[in-house]
Design a protein around this ligand. Structure first.
Ligand code: SAH
Length: 387
């Protein structure tokens, strides 16, 4: 293994619990290709072992504070087994959940989601790509899946100088996998669905709003209907809205799977729909707003906040007396502080009185490590109209 010398800032960052070392903090770059390297300070103090990405701005991702660590199948098996143990609570409530949440589980740039007997992995750096065989072998040792799919079609791989492909790397993986969460069944689409096939990161929020849903419900940005399916259990009627026809097709199939006959599916732009419902004086007892990330980067934050405010303002106005609004943002660049500021602004302009019933984030299987802000991105709030 090559040795890399890093500066004081890199040393302090790692000491403060963050595994990334940026290009500008590497004093002496290794000449070896992507893989693992030993990391040392200029004074020769060993910091540990890291993944090395020659093309990335994030040059090093610390893996182990022990410089003697051998990153073999056994090492990966231990890391993955520990991540699995932390999820025993989740495994009782769902057959689909995240097994490895990258940096938050000590496996930087590795994602692994479980869909019943299948796994979907994402190798998101040049360094981790070198350990593909060991990681797949370790996953087979720990979880014994029928098949493993690599959903390596994400843009970040291009920045790492890696090809973008989707391929089965162990056994076979079907186009659709039926899974269950908190008593609701749905079909995941591992090969071509968003993320690794479903939005696993809202599971606990779906249960939360599902428990208070009633009357007339609206699920905006519904995708495959996962919030709508939970709302359907307590509500008289549910409108599942999305701008994507194919997404709604799957939502319809999911409703049939659960025998939920009280959901109507509307293909429309959420902004236009909310505006039109406000104009015609509609009211809902339960509303869910779970939009895509409006802020894809820091530059688009101002416009994104405007978008979030608009849908939230309209959602608040559409609430019946005592009605619930569950609202979320999955934009990493929108901080928790800004999210609540935006909600307060929307509430002030809505002319309604809203009480904060719950502040939420990511579920158990998507741990947010306090010293690694990049591991957290979802902010959620359950509000109730008091008037
Ligand atoms: N709530 C879902 C995830 C939503 S993902 C779940 O828990 O599984 C965001 C969804 O918003 C996508 O399905 C996308 O098609 C839809 N979308 C994006 N822009 C939209 C718009 N302007 N109006 C309505 N839907 C939109």
């Amino acid at each position: 293994m090559d040795t890399v010398i890093v500066n004081r800032r890199a040393e302090q960052r790692w000491a403060a619990g963050h595994p990334w070392i940026f290009r500008s903090d590497v004093v002496q770059r290794p000449t070896s290709p992507a893989g693992a390297v030993r990391v040392e300070t200029a004074r020769g103090l060993p910091l540990g072992v890291a993944l090395w990405s020659p093309k990335s701005e994030i040059s090093l991702r610390m893996l182990d504070g022990d410089s003697r660590a051998e990153l073999d199948r056994t090492w990966w098996r231990r890391r993955i087994a520990a991540a699995v143990r932390r999820r025993t609570v989740v495994a009782k409530a769902a057959t689909a959940y995240r097994v490895v949440h990258g940096e938050a589980d000590g496996c930087p740039s590795l994602v692994c989601d479980r869909y019943g007997e299948y796994l979907v992995v994402q190798l998101l750096s040049a360094g981790i790509e070198q350990y593909r065989a060991e990681i797949i072998a370790a996953l087979v040792d720990v979880l014994d899946p029928v098949g493993i799919l690599a959903r390596n079609d994400v843009p970040v791989r291009t920045r790492e100088g890696l090809p973008r492909t989707v391929e089965a790397v162990h056994g076979q993986v079907p186009r659709e996998i039926e899974v269950e969460e908190n008593g609701v069944r749905y079909l995941a689409a591992p090969w071509d669905g968003q993320k690794t096939g479903a939005f696993l990161d809202q599971r606990e929020n779906r249960a939360l709003v599902g428990a208070v849903s009633r009357g007339r419900a609206l699920d905006c940005f519904s995708y495959h209907g996962s919030f709508a399916l939970h709302l359907a259990r307590g509500s008289d009627t549910v409108t599942a809205l999305d701008s994507s026809g194919p997404a709604l097709e799957r939502a319809r199939a999911n409703a049939a799977l659960n025998g939920s006959a009280n959901i109507e599916f509307v293909e429309a732009d959420a902004f236009e729909f909310l505006r039109a419902r406000e104009a015609d004086g509609s009211r809902y007892d339960t509303i869910v707003l779970d939009p895509p990330a409006f802020a894809k980067n820091r530059q688009s934050l101002t416009g994104a906040v405007r978008g979030y405010k608009e849908i939230n303002l309209r959602g608040m106005r559409l609430l019946a007396e005592g009605g619930y609004l569950f609202t979320a943002s999955c934009s990493f660049h929108l901080s928790r502080g800004l999210f609540f500021e935006m909600l307060a602004d929307a509430a002030a302009d809505s002319g309604r009185t809203l009480s904060l019933r719950a502040i939420t984030g990511q579920p158990h299987d998507h741990p947010e490590i306090i010293t690694i802000p990049e591991t957290g991105y979802i902010k959620g709030a359950l509000l109730q109209a008091v008037d």
